[in-house]
Each structure stands twice: as C-alpha cells, then as structure tokens.
Write a protein that binds this ligand. Structure first.
Ligand code: SF4
Ligand code: SF4
Length: 107
C-alpha cells in the first residue's frame, strides 16, 4: 500500500510509521503541536511519530519537506480542504511537546 495516497479518511497529514526513524525533525519544526513522538516497542528506536492533533495542522508542509525518510505527508491545498489557523493553544502545545523531548504531552 502506498502512503503517498491519502488514507480513505482523508486526513490533513498522515504518516507511514514503517519508514519513520524517530529523528524528531518533523516534531521540532511543527508550529502547531500536531505531531509528537509516542512509545512504540515494535520499532527499533522504541518510539515513532504520531499525528496527535490532526485538526491543528496548518498545512505549512515543513514536516513533509524536511523528513529525511519520506515518512510524512500533507494533503494538497484545494477549495474543499480546510487547514487550521495557528492558535495560541496550538502554539502552546507545540512548545510543551518540544519541552517534553518531542514526546506526546499528557499521554
Ligand atoms: S522527520 Fe520523518 S523520520 Fe523523522 S520523526 Fe518525523 S516522520 Fe519520522
Ligand atoms: S504541515 Fe505544518 S502544521 Fe501540519 S503537521 Fe506538518 S509541520 Fe505541522
């Protein structure tokens, strides 16, 4: 199955965790706290990326453009696609995740 094609649920951002090397780059760049690392004992690194707040994605594409493993994808802008606006809440969550060593907060 190719993850270049969005899953049927048509999320704004989605990941292929089988490719994720848990480098934290996307989480470090995400301004809206949409992404975080979560424990995953099935991965060699013990953690993988997760879209923790899918409705907060602002569509900046920083994650997709900087992922060295092509493991994260953002949907194309289109009239029927509604990305979020960057809010104080989402900015605060992004800071909290970064301060938590890129791990999901409140898990
Ligand atoms: S940048 Fe790519 S490889 Fe690194 S944590 Fe994010 S999805 Fe995984
Ligand atoms: S597109 Fe931007 S806001 Fe959305 S998950 Fe990627 S880095 Fe975060």
């Amino acid at each position: 199955m190719s993850f270049m094609t969005p899953p049927e649920s048509k999320p704004l951002v989605w990941v292929d965790i089988s490719k994720c090397k848990a480098c934290d780059i996307c989480v470090s760049l995400c301004p809206s706290g949409t992404l975080a690392m979560v424990q995953n004992m099935n991965s060699t690194q013990g953690k993988t990326i997760e879209v923790v707040e899918p409705d907060s994605c602002i569509g900046c594409r920083d994650c997709e453009l900087h992922c060295p493993d092509f493991a994260i994808f953002v949907t194309e802008r289109a009239p029927d696609i509604k990305f979020a606006k960057l809010t104080e809440e989402s900015k605060a969550r992004a800071i909290a995740i970064k301060n938590n060593k890129f791990n999901k907060v409140g898990a």
